[in-house]
Write a protein that binds this ligand. Sequence first.
Ligand SMILES: Cc1cc2nc3c(=O)[nH]c(=O)nc-3n(C[C@H](O)[C@H](O)[C@H](O)COP(=O)(O)O)c2cc1C
Length: 324
Amino acid sequence: MNIGPLVLTRPTVMAPLAAITDLPFRLMVKRAGCGLVCSEMISANGLIYGSAKTRKMLDTRPEEFPLSVQIFGSDPDLMARAAVIAAESGAAILDINFGCSVKKVIKTGAGAALMKEPQKAMHLLDAVRKAIGIPLTIKIRSGWNPSGLEAIALAKIAQDAGVDAIAVHPRSALQGFRGDADWRIIAAVKQAVQIPVIGNGDIVSAESAVKMLSETGCDAVMVGRHAIGNPWIFEQIHHAWDGIPVQPVDTPMRINMMLSYLHESVLYWGESLACRMMRSRLGWFVHGMPHSSGFRESIRHLSSETEAHDRIMDYMQLKGSHYA
Ligand SMILES: Cc1cc2nc3c(=O)[nH]c(=O)nc-3n(C[C@H](O)[C@H](O)[C@H](O)COP(=O)(O)O)c2cc1C
């Protein structure tokens, strides 16, 4: 699949997840085989007027190339200026959020609110397209309402404005995360445009990803919640798509992933902040496993990398593994 001149050799995308897809997380999923990683959503206003903290969200490393940076906002001029800042900071792709349904965002006219206003969306896309030379993508929902008609209309507007690919999460803004994603809308958007379409929503396994690819004809799949603590899902999808048996994740693989994510986070955020983050994040990796609540309890007050390492190893012992 191509996004503008960029070639994605693997049809998998890590969904942008606010407060989750930071640089250490993206490096982890990229190393695990994911085709394309995305930043968290970043406020255009924040990039222009805001703090160093917002600019830090643009940090990237060559290993995660091509990074897609997602921005949100509603003012065409500000969005264009923010897009330039992102491109100059090393974004390989600029993505615009048309899907966020959080009240704080939609009341500013950004995110999913733009799906109700195709004219405004068109001006915004024109302004951003003219401002940057890197590939431009958008991430949309079904629309404000569930029919999918707004998604199809916006997809056509986007294609005409020079957008290079569209990710579709087929739930309406009013739906939030409730109910099922309606994959028929992904298929309808794919039918309506010639640019690549990335399907998103309710992929829970390699099998469900292959089902989405074949049922909707989408060019790539984007995984969100089921990639949290489960970066192996991307390689499993590639194997399932190629008809190769999907490898289960064994304990050494899990522990190595946790340790390297921990270490990368400590290097990036510093030990104190990283350990505070790890108090919940390490728990992602043992979701649904035996004794996982005991493990989560044991990491509630983590304050050093050594302690985190020991707690992970203790958990391994509990599981009776000989890995050391
Ligand atoms: C915690 C969380 C944070 C999210 N943050 C973003 C975001 O920053 N930008 C965005 O476009 N979508 C965001 N989303 C939506 C996801 O990218 C994705 O569209 C949604 O979770 C559906 O995919 P899934 O069923 O694979 O999780 C977020 C979702 C969750 C659960």
